[in-house]
Design a protein around this ligand. Structure first.
Ligand SMILES: *Cc1c(COP(=O)(O)O)cnc(C)c1O
Length: 350
């Protein structure tokens, strides 16, 4: 049996194989992206996403190529001079770095693993605050109570969340952010090559005011296309189709998130019995529901990964400064509950 707990690219929902065959049979993959066939597909995909992920109807959904591209789109189209980037891991830091190349005034606000970011000292007129909702590199996440605090403190700023390893797993309170984005090869359980950006009316307004139009992926140009159910370039039609079929068939996000939370609780409870493996993030307030990051002695981690591989279990390597002493386990909805029971049993045996 094959077990894939890698946090990205990750386990793909098994039904995707059938959806792909359907797309071939329907001929949709060979249709022009300005055709009615594609426009209907795209329009129904956005409606399904809003319904299954409980996205407010007045938010807009656009498709682009990757989360990395979102970093650049946000810098180009939603920021005039300066944004504040709060991070405690590699992805948040990269987002800040890419933004800084476009806006030298970008401010970096690193914070520790077991604390909330500290936006207290910022000016109320701050243009944009950037957070990594679930930091895939170390298994931390921004809690909803903290999100509420930030929204209340900065009613006029844009708040952007990198939700690459949490969108389609977490039930978000979308109003707490203005720009949310994710590529689909992680928590969505789809093949790589596409990302979604979910954008509030306030963010759309801001992009219009800034009126940036220098790039093929300037947000205003993307938006103009999306409002006609089209895209600014030939999109990943296969992934749009797979996403559409997946959204038709999954449960509402509130039951998906509930299941992930129960699975997480069970997993961490069982983990207490394994002495040599501890969560990198001890406090549940700062732990991600979708990425488990476990730490141990370097040699133990090495041996464990080797043995897992022999048994057909793919675990995620540690990342950045935690590379040698941690391993990462995705808690994504495409992975069946049974696989976590088998994983715990493997850990006991080991
Ligand atoms: C994987 C990941 C990215 C990068 O995604 P790409 O699709 O490779 O651009 C960005 N942010 C987070 C939090 C991620 O986990």
């Amino acid at each position: 049996m094959n077990y894939n707990f890698y946090p990205g690219p990750s386990k793909i929902y098994p039904q995707v194989a059938g959806y792909f065959q359907e797309a071939m049979d329907l001929g949709i993959l060979e249709r022009n992206h300005r055709s009615n066939a594609f426009q209907d597909l795209f329009s129904s995909t956005k409606i399904l996403l809003k319904s299954k992920l409980n996205i407010p109807l007045n938010y807009e959904i656009v498709v682009v190529s990757s989360a990395t591209e979102c970093w650049e789109i946000i810098a180009q189209s939603f920021i005039r001079n300066k944004s504040y980037h709060f991070f405690n891991g590699a992805f948040g830091e990269k987002w800040a770095d890419y933004t800084q190349k476009i806006h030298p005034e970008t401010v970096k606000k690193p914070f520790e693993l077991n604390e909330n970011p500290l936006p207290h000292s910022l000016d109320k007129n701050t243009e944009l605050l950037a957070f990594t909702h679930s930091e895939t590199s170390n298994g931390t996440a921004i809690s909803e109570s903290f999100q509420k605090q930030v929204r209340a403190q900065f009613p006029d700023s844009l708040i952007a969340y990198d939700a690459t390893s949490s969108m389609a797993g977490y039930e978000f309170d979308w109003d707490l952010g203005d720009i949310w984005y994710a590529s689909v090869q992680k928590c969505f359980g789809l093949p790589a090559g596409m990302a979604l950006m979910v954008v509030s009316p306030k963010a759309i307004e801001r992009a219009k005011e800034i009126n940036e139009s220098e790039h093929y992926n300037s947000f205003n140009f993307i938006l103009k296309n999306v409002q006609n159910n089209q895209t600014h370039h030939t999109p990943n039609i296969a992934n749009v189709y797979l996403l559409n079929r997946l959204m038709q068939n999954i449960e509402n996000i509130s039951s998906i998130h509930q299941n992930l939370k129960e699975r997480k609780e069970k997993f961490y409870n069982e983990l207490l019995k394994i002495e040599k493996l501890k969560p990198l993030i001890p406090s549940s307030e700062h732990q991600s529901d979708t990425i488990f990051c476990l730490k141990g002695e370097k040699e133990f981690i090495q041996d464990l990964k080797q043995e897992a591989e022999k048994e057909g279990i793919i675990l995620g390597n540690g990342y950045g400064q935690w590379k040698e002493i941690t391993l990462r386990i995705a808690n994504f909805p495409a992975i069946p509950n049974k696989h976590y029971i088998d994983l715990i049993n493997f850990l006991y045996r080991f």
